[in-house]
Design a protein around this ligand. Structure first.
Ligand SMILES: Nc1ncnc2c1ncn2[C@@H]1O[C@H](COP(=O)(O)OP(=O)(O)OP(=O)(O)O)[C@@H](O)[C@H]1O
Length: 703
């Protein structure tokens, strides 16, 4: 098998604004087409790679020049790895995942992959994806963050893989990029210590592409496209063996494979989870491109030099990629044969050999897994994961986002809601500011009214002073009125925005209902919606109270003013006011009662809902248990029947063999008998001939 070295492409990022602000200088540059030069501490280190890109290069250029051809090879059935490598903060995520400004290599691979597949119209294809994160030797299923055990295993068809990791089917580029984005999101949200995460976590997104020709018996091809974002390659001061294995594992493998001083020795793949999973990418069955990110910062020059050194080791690593033909059916047949041979051996032995039994168990589990490699089975499993994963992602607190991203076209709706929220926030700020202005004006008005009251009570009678005071109060009143009008308008617009937002939310909820698959999911969505509604109602009540207070304060100011101006209420007005007061006094406990009743009803309803959900949940669990038990008893029955049939078959076989043995010995007896009879007849014929053809009346038995 021809070997091919790992290709290494260097990418020097620009200094970030923060680095520039802190006085950081750039000491790394890309020169020519393939050189990276570090000039620091009075020395110059120049490293040749398979490509070099400076701060002005775009991700698209790296993709077009270095990645697209590899993608083509993946479509021919070769495993391909794109591996982002470099120190923490050197630009790995920017290059691999991209951001709002630039698409990364991974999204470009995803888009381009489907474009290439669509061009191969004579082929049928199946694309699946899995996403695993490894932090301090612990694996997390990013597409379906469950707590079930996972382990690295090797399989005849799948190669080295993670047993227990969800594999999701993606039919379009959009579906695949959604899986990638959701995984990245789960990664960020799942991180408890962001700093440790950035430095020590590896993320491996694997796209498996299987292709076969339409209506043809020709075997198909299969390839794994691995997009790996590795942990920072800088030295760690931790002494924890798990941290060390995770951060140093890849470096140790690179050194063992690429450092001329260590080459040919033991390669420590098994020392860490990530290196086991990268075994094909580094020195195995894959074509690998290392995307080496380098920070230009003067302070980081040593880390940059060290990263470049590992890049050099990587370039010396030899891989042996071969076309992966789909031989699943042959492998299944071989496995069946091996199992049957071993079964006979175990059954025939007086005492079962433990090694044989263990080997048989392994073969059986390999066979089971091999049988799961059909497209139908993959579709079935993926659909099964889909439900689990909604719940698992929801448990990670990213339900709304996942719901959003799962609904086609809902992004627009969410954007509308967000825009309305933005408008609402701005209006709230305006309202608060205006409210403050009105409050201040009112305080001022109050002060002026008090002054005026004092002035009139003092008995001084200066017309000009009175006029001045009254004019100021009048102007202030006008201003309060104007500002209050504006305040009211803002309030109305705010309410209008709230109503529009509410409508959009209801629309979005109708869509969500359509995809709320299972009971647990529905419960979660409903709980979130209930909480949101409660918050909204609370806000509305507060706003209403605020408004009532404002109106009341305005009325009070009016009354005070009239009072200061010496206004006298007529008896009729007084009586009307007293009447209103009595009515209000009666109304107040009624309203309070109503609110309390509503509150109680709400609590009751919410309790009922919880109860209904609990009951449903219990019923569901009970049903599941019953199904499980039925399934178990069927399985036991099946096993028993199978054992009985096996026994009968063996017995029959033994009987047949005994019969065969008996018949064959009987046959040889008869043959011997037959021969002796023939002999006797021949002898008798001789006697007859000797007697001249006459048969004597008696035959002497001794003749
Ligand atoms: N080519 C580029 N152009 C502009 N800014 C970049 C570029 N590459 C990286 N950056 C910026 O440099 C900073 C570090 O980049 P990034 O987060 O991608 O590094 P990283 O190696 O993935 O870091 P970590 O390991 O901490 O996740 C970010 O602010 C990023 O936006």
């Amino acid at each position: 098998m021809p070997s091919e070295n790992v290709n290494v492409v260097g990418r020097v990022r620009p200094l970030t604004t923060e680095e520039v602000d802190k006085g950081g200088k750039s000491v790394v540059k890309a020169t020519g087409r393939d050189k990276i030069v570090v000039e620091a501490a009075g020395k110059e280190l120049s490293v040749s790679l398979d490509g070099a890109y400076g701060p002005d290069a775009k991700n698209t250029q790296v993709f077009q020049e270095k990645c697209d051809t590899l993608l083509q090879r993946a479509l021919d059935g070769y495993n391909v790895t794109f591996m982002a490598f470099g120190a923490t903060g050197s630009g790995k995520s920017y290059l691999m995942a991209g951001n709002d400004q630039e698409l990364g290599i991974a999204p470009m691979v995803i888009q381009q992959l489907f474009q290439h597949l669509r061009q191969r119209s004579n082929k049928e294809f199946m694309v699946t994806a899995s996403f695993v994160e490894i932090l301090d030797e612990k694996m997390t299923d990013l597409l379906n963050p469950h707590n079930n055990p996972m382990a690295v295993r090797q399989h005849v068809i799948k190669g080295i893989f993670v047993d227990g990791l969800s594999e999701m089917v993606a039919r379009t580029a959009e579906e695949l990029s959604q899986l990638y984005e959701q995984g990245r999101r789960a990664r960020r949200i799942g991180a408890t210590d962001i700093k440790a995460h950035r430095a020590r976590a590896h993320a491996l997104f694997t796209i498996t592409v299987e292709q076969k020709e339409r209506q043809s018996s020709k075997v198909g091809v299969r390839s794994n496209i691995l997009l790996a974002e590795l942990a920072g390659c800088e030295a760690t001061d931790s002494t924890d063996p798990k941290v060390l294995a995770g951060t140093q594992g890849v470096l140790n493998v690179l050194r063992a494979l690429g450092d001329s001083k260590q080459k040919g020795g033991h390669v420590p793949y098994r020392e860490s989870v990530v290196t086991r999973l990268l075994q094909d990418s580094l020195g195995g069955n894959a074509i690998t491109l290392m995307l080496l990110s380098v920070s230009p910062l003067d302070k980081a020059y040593q880390t940059s030099q060290s990263a470049l050194q590992y890049g050099q080791f990587a370039r010396a690593v030899k891989n042996h990629a071969r076309m992966n033909v789909d031989d699943t059916q042959d492998i299944i047949a071989e496995l069946r044969q091996d199992i049957s041979k071993l079964r006979d051996k175990v059954a025939g032995a007086p005492e079962p050999n433990r090694d044989d039994v263990a080997k048989m168990e392994d073969l059986v589990s390999d066979l089971q897994l091999a049988k799961k490699q059909t497209w139908e089975e993959k579709e079935r499993l993926s659909a099964q994961f889909e439900d689990q994963r909604k719940v698992n992602l929801a448990n990670r607190g990213i339900l709304e986002w996942v719901m959003d991203s799962m609904k086609k076209g809902s992004r627009e709706m969410q954007e509308k809601i967000l825009l309305l929220q933005k408008e609402r926030d701005q209006l709230s700020v305006q309202y608060k500011e205006k409210r403050q202005v009105v409050d201040e004006l009112k305080e001022e008005l109050q002060r002026r009214i008090n002054d005026y009251t004092k002035f009139t009570e003092s008995g001084k009678k200066s017309e000009s002073e009175t006029k001045k005071l009254v004019t100021t109060i009048h102007d202030l009143k006008e201003r309060v009125k104007r500002e209050t009008e504006i305040l009211k308008k803002i309030k109305e617009t705010l309410r209008d925005v709230q109503d529009r937002q509410q409508k959009e939310r209801q629309n979005a909820n109708t869509q969500i209902t359509a995809i709320k698959g299972n009971a647990e999911m529905r419960q979660k969505v409903e709980l979130e919606e209930r909480k949101r509604l409660e918050m909204e109602h609370k806000l509305r009540v507060e706003e209403e109270m605020d408004k009532a207070k404002l109106d009341m304060e305005n009325e009070l100011a009016e009354i005070q003013m009239r009072e200061a101006e010496g206004y006298q209420y007529s008896t009729k007005e007084g009586a009307a006011l007293e009447k209103t007061l009595v009515e209000l006094k009666v109304d107040k406990p009624v309203v309070t009662m109503k609110i309390q009743t509503l509150q109680q009803e709400k609590e009751h309803l919410s309790g009922e809902l919880e109860e209904v959900y609990r009951m449903h949940h219990e019923q569901l669990e009970l049903q599941q248990l019953q199904h499980y038990q039925t399934f178990r008893s069927y399985r036991e029955m099946f096993e028993e029947q199978k054992a009985a049939i096996d026994q009968r078959y063996r017995k029959l076989l033994e009987d047949c063999i005994q019969d065969a043995v008996f018949l064959s010995s009987r046959n040889s007896d008869l043959t011997t008998e037959n021969q002796s009879l023939k002999q006797q007849i021949a002898e008798m014929k001789d006697v007859v001939t000797r007697l001249g053809g006459k048969i004597p009346s008696t035959i002497d038995p001794s003749a």
